[in-house]
Design a protein around this ligand. Structure first.
Ligand code: ZN
Length: 281
């Protein structure tokens, strides 16, 4: 096994549930657009692609056929070995069965596990109630899909500790610190250090990644790399490349992340190396 301590995994989240063409005309929404973007991001250095799909009008959806087509188009690029991570939260007020079906049927290597309910952006409830999370974690184990445990505040880390103890989540786990979403913890270095301290306390031996939404985005990228973590970038989290400048593409974010990792004298993990780090191999 290669020395993986110096490797950093770049995850790209190309689409998410909210940005539309009017927010940034470059956000990929159709299966064909998403597949092309994922391929470009893989070439630029991403090892994991976190996938959302939209309905025919570009709205947030857990549209099973769109997942099928998106995964098919990515897998048709046979040189591309990027790890697929399908969302289980493609919006709010979704039916549970629609959230569970894509990963159950398509068996990606990873899928998201949002470890608690929150007030989302002061507008609505992002619901992940306890019975649903138990069902989700259990089904992911049955299907051999590794959860990416998304945590929006420290309380969700304690939820994860409970589910690990209960066997709903199986250690070693992989966490994504989602920071800067209104209703969750703000995106700052101080908060990232705190989240990492809690993680070390409640789920030692876990792997982790982080991103910041909005003005804290770059700070979290730099801090996570310095702290030994992995990073996520992409238009799900930020449609601006920097203040006042729309992103040209998701690959533009990945290329910058790779430059930062390398300037820090670390290396970007290939998908094969990421599989070893995440225990997928
Ligand atoms: Zn997502």
């Amino acid at each position: 096994m290669a020395d993986l301590k110096n490797k950093r995994i770049i995850t790209v989240a190309t689409t998410g549930a909210w940005p539309k063409k009017e927010n940034n005309p470059n956000v990929p929404l159709t299966p064909a657009e998403i597949a092309e973007e994922v391929y470009a991001c893989w070439k630029a250095g991403a090892a994991v692609a976190h996938i959302h799909v939209r309905d025919k009008n570009g709205n947030a959806a857990m549209d099973y056929e769109a997942f099928v087509e998106t995964v098919r188009l990515i897998r048709a690029k046979t040189d591309c070995d990027i790890i697929l991570n399908l969302t289980t939260s493609g919006g709010v007020n979704l039916r549970e069965e629609d959230r569970l079906k894509p990963f159950s049927e398509l068996r990606p290597e990873m899928a998201s596990f949002d470890c608690g309910t929150m007030n989302w952006q002061h507008t609505t409830i992002f619901e992940n109630n306890p019975p649903f999370l138990e069902k989700l974690g259990t089904l992911m184990q049955e299907k051999g899909v590794k959860p990416e445990i998304e945590v929006f505040d420290a309380g969700m880390l304690y939820n994860a500790a409970y589910y690990i103890k209960k066997g709903v989540l199986k250690a070693p786990c992989h966490f994504q610190f989602c920071m800067g979403v209104a209703g969750g913890i703000a995106a700052s270095t101080k908060n990232l250090v705190f989240m990492k301290d809690v993680l070390d306390e409640v789920a030692p031996g876990s792997t982790w990644s982080a991103f910041g939404v909005g003005k804290g985005a770059m700070e979290i990228t730099y801090a996570a790399i310095a702290m030994g973590g992995n990073i996520r970038v992409g238009m799900e989290d930020n449609v601006m490349y920097r203040k006042g400048e729309l992103a040209e593409s998701n690959a533009q974010f990945v290329a910058r992340a790779k430059r930062i990792v390398e300037e820090f004298t670390c290396e970007v993990a290939t998908p094969a190396e990421a599989r070893e780090i995440l225990g997928l191999a």
